[in-house]
Design a protein around this ligand. Structure first.
Ligand code: AHR
Length: 505
């Protein structure tokens, strides 16, 4: 029996302008993200700075607006001073988070050069694990103060005359996690983050600060962590962070594809805690959400543990090199749809990570850079998901999975790009057996016609890409038609769909 879903779209059903920073990403000093990832002098594609041009091209295609750096768990024992100044004088250090060897060949200034080359801003994290207020202030002075002080002049002596003017700063990373170096109780973190935020805003009042939220929804302290810490930090911070990774460990694809509902619930809970604190403080400002780590991550858990336990202190070891399947790409698409639906409060999000480490882009040491399956939904959302998020009035058949009830077979959201006068519908059919006909009443978008329907689908849910074969790649769909204000599209079973409409076609 043919299945149907319906959606009503209207220019006036505005959720919010989408902050482009929800298409951000993350580069950590971890595995081969930096060394052999973005930086590999001697590689045929390397530029004069040693940055791989093939990687830069793929990053530029993604139009990544902001990149979180340098961690992650790495930041909690990062000594930023080791990473600046003449490269030959920089110390080699035991990197404790990932039990690797850090050469410090790439540091703050080199990374700033790379982000400039790819057209992205930096979201910088400070070490609140093993360090504190003074070190965070010194780093900020080094990065953002023009000149005439100890650390700004130190930067200038390192050949960087103009300040980096980094606008977004994370106050530590996953401080609730026992795995984190210098992890803290909510009270300890709240106090430290408050004092650090206060001091940092004295140095540069134009910066925006992210207070650490819970590492995931399974943390025993979630969501009390957010309530307690924000009560300390509310006055001086602008965002709270959320992190979430999903895996399909028991090979239950239906259940796996329902996990975006958990993310949705996570976002709603954190919003309510932020609003509770605002009310308690009689505050005026909203604390918004920075979902600054999200992805699928589970494929290489055992190998990574083995490497760190049994072969530690390697330089740029292969760690967290998950090879993503087609079903992972579907979940990534669903997670992106979830962010767009929450565009009024989720203002930043970082796909963790960008190159080689749980990443959309992989590199061969002696070969090319290539695109993982998850590259494509991320590309499409970043390219076509800019503008106004429109409230999806969606009705779809539903199913239950092992852990979730009332999972819609179709999840969808629409984005109106006023500048280009384009309407884009993102839709995932997460029904593994049946195609579903999606009928959209596009209301006052009447007169728009189809530009293209892009489809990502694959018969094998476990298919992966490689340097030699793009098994999972988008193709043109030809089962969408527009008749006045009704758009009808056949969404193939288990597929990611991007339906673009415009006046100009
Ligand atoms: O992205 C990989 C790791 O996941 C990060 O270092 C940490 O913040 C999180 O647990």
């Amino acid at each position: 029996m043919q299945k149907y879903a319906k959606m009503v779209i209207d220019k006036d059903f505005r959720i919010s302008e989408i902050d482009k920073r929800i298409y951000g990403s993350f580069i950590e000093h971890l595995g081969r993200a930096v060394y052999e990832g973005i930086y590999q002098p001697g590689h045929p594609s390397a530029d004069e700075n040693g940055f791989r041009r093939d990687v830069m091209e793929l990053v530029k295609d993604l139009n990544v607006p902001i990149v979180r750096y340098p961690g992650g768990n790495f930041v909690s024992s990062f000594v930023w001073e080791d990473s600046v100044g003449p490269v030959e004088l920089r110390p080699r250090r035991l990197e404790l988070a990932w039990r690797s060897l850090e050469t410090n060949e790439i540091g703050v200034n080199e990374f700033a050069k790379w982000t400039k080359a790819v057209g992205a801003d930096i979201m910088m994290a400070v070490n609140l694990g093993t360090r504190g207020v003074a070190d965070a202030c010194n780093l900020l002075e080094y990065c953002n103060h023009p000149s005439g002080t100890k650390y700004s002049d130190l930067r200038i002596s390192h050949g960087v005359k103009e300040p980096h003017n980094i606008k977004t700063w994370c106050l530590g990373n996953e401080m609730d996690g026992k795995w984190q170096l210098g992890s803290k109780t909510p009270e300890e973190y709240g106090r430290l983050a408050y004092e650090t935020a206060k001091a940092m805003k004295l140095i540069d009042p134009t910066i925006e600060l992210v207070s650490c939220g819970s590492s995931n929804t399974d943390m025993p302290t979630f969501p009390q962590w957010e309530a307690t810490t924000l009560e300390h930090t509310y006055e001086h911070v602008d965002y709270v962070s959320l992190h979430q990774y999903f895996g399909n460990r028991d090979n239950d694809t239906e259940n796996f594809l329902a996990r975006s509902m958990e993310m949705d619930h996570f976002i709603k809970t954190v919003i309510s805690v932020c609003d509770f604190v605002k009310a308690k403080k009689r505050g005026k400002k909203n604390i918004n959400l920075s979902f600054d780590e999200w992805n699928v991550w589970f494929h290489t858990d055992a190998e990574d543990k083995d490497t760190m336990d049994n072969r530690p202190w390697q330089q740029a070891p292969a760690l967290l090199e998950d090879h993503y399947t087609f079903e992972d790409a579907l979940l990534v698409g669903l997670m992106l749809i979830t962010f767009i639906k929450h565009a009024d409060r989720v203002k930043m999000a970082c796909l963790a990570q960008l190159v080689n480490v749980i990443a959309p882009i992989m590199t061969e040491t002696n070969g090319p850079a290539w695109k993982q399956t998850i590259y494509y939904p991320y590309l499409h959302a970043s390219k076509f998901g800019r503008g106004i998020a429109l409230q999806p009035v969606l009705s779809s058949s539903k199913h239950d999975t092992k852990e979730y009830t009332d999972v819609t077979d179709v999840d969808s959201v629409a984005v109106y790009n006023e500048e280009a006068d384009e309407l884009t519908i993102f839709a995932v059919n997460r029904d593994l057996k049946d195609d579903i006909v999606l009928t959209c009443d596009i209301g006052n978008f009447e007169g728009y016609s189809l530009i293209e329907h892009i489809v990502l689908e694959c018969d094998d849910m476990k298919a992966t890409n490689s340097a030699v074969q793009q098994v999972v790649a988008p193709k043109a769909g030809n089962e969408t038609k527009v008749d006045g204000r009704i758009v009808t599209s056949n969404l193939h079973k288990a597929s990611w769909n991007v339906i673009r409409l415009g006046k100009r076609a």
